[in-house]
Design a protein around this ligand. Structure first.
Ligand code: HEC
Ligand code: HEC
Length: 235
C-alpha cells in the first residue's frame, strides 16, 4: 500500500469538524450534504478534500470552488457570507449561465459551462450540499488535516497500523483499556514474537487477568507484511 493511500484511510484521526460560524444559517437538517454531494456532483467534480490528484478533470474540484468563493464573496459577517454563497449555488446549479459564473474565462474555456442540474437535484438538496462544502472545505480545516497527517507521518509505522486496524479501540501503548497495554504485551513476550503474531491472527481469550475474560477478535485478513510490522513494533 502506498503511504498516501494508507494515510488517507485514517478516518478517526482526520475526522474534522465544521466551522463555528454555521449556527446562524438554517438548512434542512434531514438532508445529508456530504452524501448528496457524492451522489449528485461527484460525476463531474472531484470531491476529495484535498483532491488526491488533478487528472481527468471535467469540472473544477469542489475544494477549489470553495476556496475561490471564500475570496470572491464579500460580506460583513461570516454567516452572511455563507448565506450568500449558498444562495448563489442554489440558483447557479439549476440555472447556470456565462454571465453569472464566478469561474474565470480560462476555466470556463477549459471545462465548458456547467450543464443545468434541473430535475436531478432539488433546491433544498443543493442548499444542504453547499452548506456542507463551504463549512467543511475551508483553509482552516485543510491546515488541521495536514497537521494531523504530519503527526501521523511522524509515528512509527507499527503505531500507524495500530490506528489503521483500530487496535487502539482496545489497546494503548502504556495504558490498559479492554486489552492489556502494548508495553506489557511486549514485556511478556520478550523472546516470542511468533506468539504475538499468532495471537493477532487468531485472537486471544483468557490469558490476561486484567481483561476480565474479554476476548480479542482474530485479525485473519491482516496482510503478512502488516502483521510483521505491527508485531515487531509491539515486541
Ligand atoms: C455534468 C457535470 C457537472 C455536474 C453533475 C455538476 N457540475 Fe458543477 N460545474 C461543472 C462545470 C463544467 C463547471 C465549471 C464551469 C462553470 O462554472 O459553469 C462547474 C462549476 C460549478 C460551480 C462554480 C460556478 C461558478 O461560479 O462558475 C459550482 C458552485 C458548482 N459547479 C456546483 C455544483 C454542485 C453543487 C453540483 C451537484 C449538485 C454540481 N456542480 C454538479 C460541471 C458539473
Ligand atoms: C475489541 C477489542 C480488541 C481489539 C480491536 C484488539 N484487541 Fe488485542 N486484545 C484484546 C483483549 C481483550 C486481549 C486480552 C485477551 C486475553 O486475555 O487473552 C488482547 C490481547 C492482545 C495481545 C496478547 C495476546 C496474548 O496471547 O497474550 C496482543 C499481541 C494483541 N492483543 C494485539 C492486538 C493488535 C495488534 C490489534 C489490532 C490489529 C488488537 N490487539 C486489537 C482486545 C482487543
Amino acid at each position: 500500500m502506498k503511504p498516501t493511500t494508507l494515510l488517507i484511510s485514517f478516518g478517526i484521526v482526520l475526522s474534522i469538524t465544521g466551522c463555528n460560524n454555521t449556527t446562524s444559517v438554517k438548512i434542512n437538517k434531514n438532508l445529508d450534504g456530504k452524501l448528496l454531494l457524492k451522489q449528485k456532483c461527484n460525476s463531474c467534480h472531484n470531491i476529495n478534500f484535498p483532491p488526491k490528484n488533478f487528472d481527468n478533470e471535467m469540472a473544477p474540484p469542489m475544494m477549489s470552488i470553495s476556496f475561490h468563493f471564500q475570496d470572491w464573496f464579500k460580506a460583513n459577517t461570516d454567516a452572511e457570507k455563507l448565506q450568500n454563497q449558498i444562495s448563489f449555488v442554489k440558483e447557479y446549479v439549476l440555472n447556470p449561465s456565462l454571465d453569472k459564473a464566478y469561474c474565470t474565462k480560462d476555466m470556463l474555456k477549459k471545462y465548458g459551462l456547467m450543464p443545468s442540474q434541473k430535475g436531478k437535484v432539488t433546491k433544498d438538496e443543493v442548499e444542504a450540499i453547499a452548506h456542507y462544502v463551504f463549512t467543511t472545505f475551508t483553509p482552516q480545516n485543510l491546515a488541521q488535516k495536514q497537521k494531523a497527517l504530519q503527526k501521523l507521518h511522524s509515528l512509527p509505522l507499527g503505531e500507524q497500523l495500530s490506528i489503521k486496524y483500530k487496535c487502539i479501540s482496545c489497546h494503548r501503548k502504556d495504558k490498559r483499556l479492554v486489552g492489556p497495554s502494548f508495553n506489557e504485551i511486549g514485556e511478556k513476550y520478550k523472546n516470542n514474537i511468533k506468539h504475538i503474531k499468532n495471537s493477532i491472527k487468531n485472537g486471544s481469550k483468557g490469558i490476561w487477568k486484567s481483561s476480565h475474560g474479554a476476548s480479542m477478535p482474530p485479525f485473519k485478513n491482516i496482510s503478512p507484511k502488516d502483521l510483521e510490522i505491527i508485531s515487531k513494533w509491539i515486541y
